[in-house]
Each structure stands twice: as structure tokens, then as C-alpha cells.
Design a protein around this ligand. Structure first.
Ligand SMILES: [Zn+2]
Length: 109
């Protein structure tokens, strides 16, 4: 990982135009004589483009978890819990002493 080098006003102008023209990053990187990662760092530092991974992660986490009210396979409790979770939290907690959950246990009423 090389240090992001200083760019000239001309470079900046080129990059701004290249972004506007939707040129591929690879092409810009070649023009700037840097690798794509460095190019992205330059674009971000210059405020030309945003590559903030945390932003994507944050927008993902706002998704509502899908819930269902399927009766717990162990105690038939129908309190909503995340979909595909067959056993209620209470039973899961109780089951922690078990060394792994096998099919037999799942279907035991
Ligand atoms: Zn239960």
C-alpha cells in the first residue's frame, strides 16, 4: 500500500471529469499511474467520491428482521421471534447445557 500522492489541479480536474463521464476506475488509475485502491483513496480525500464502507453497513442494519409466530418446537410458545428460529429463546437458553442439538431432540415433544 503506497502513500496517496499529492495530485495537481490538472489531475483533480481530470478526475472530476472522468467521474462525470463515468469512466472506469481502472482507466483513471492508469492515467494517474496509481493502483485502483490508491485512486479511490485520492478520490475520497479530494471529496470527489464516497467510498465509506460504514455507510453501506449502516443502511443494511436498518432492515427490519423478519419475524414469525411459529410455535416453539419444544414448548409451543408462539411469541414472535426471528424467522427460521424454531426454538424460543427460553428453550435455547435451557438447551445450552446440551452438547449440540440433534434431530431427535428437535422433534421430541
Ligand atoms: Zn420454547
Amino acid at each position: 500500500m503506497g502513500k496517496a500522492r499529492k495530485i495537481t489541479a490538472g489531475d483533480r480536474k481530470y478526475l472530476a471529469k472522468a467521474l462525470k463521464d463515468k469512466k472506469p476506475y481502472t482507466e483513471m488509475a492508469v492515467r494517474m499511474n496509481v493502483c485502483v485502491d490508491t485512486l479511490k483513496r485520492i478520490l475520497q480525500r479530494e471529496g470527489l467520491a464516497e467510498f465509506d464502507a460504514a455507510k453501506y453497513a449502516a443502511s443494511m442494519s436498518y432492515e427490519e428482521p423478519v419475524m414469525w409466530e411459529r410455535p416453539c418446537m419444544k414448548c409451543r410458545d408462539a411469541t414472535p421471534r426471528p424467522k427460521w428460529q424454531y426454538i424460543c429463546d427460553r428453550c435455547t437458553e435451557r438447551n445450552k447445557n446440551y452438547d449440540g442439538v440433534d434431530e431427535e431432540w428437535l422433534w421430541d415433544d
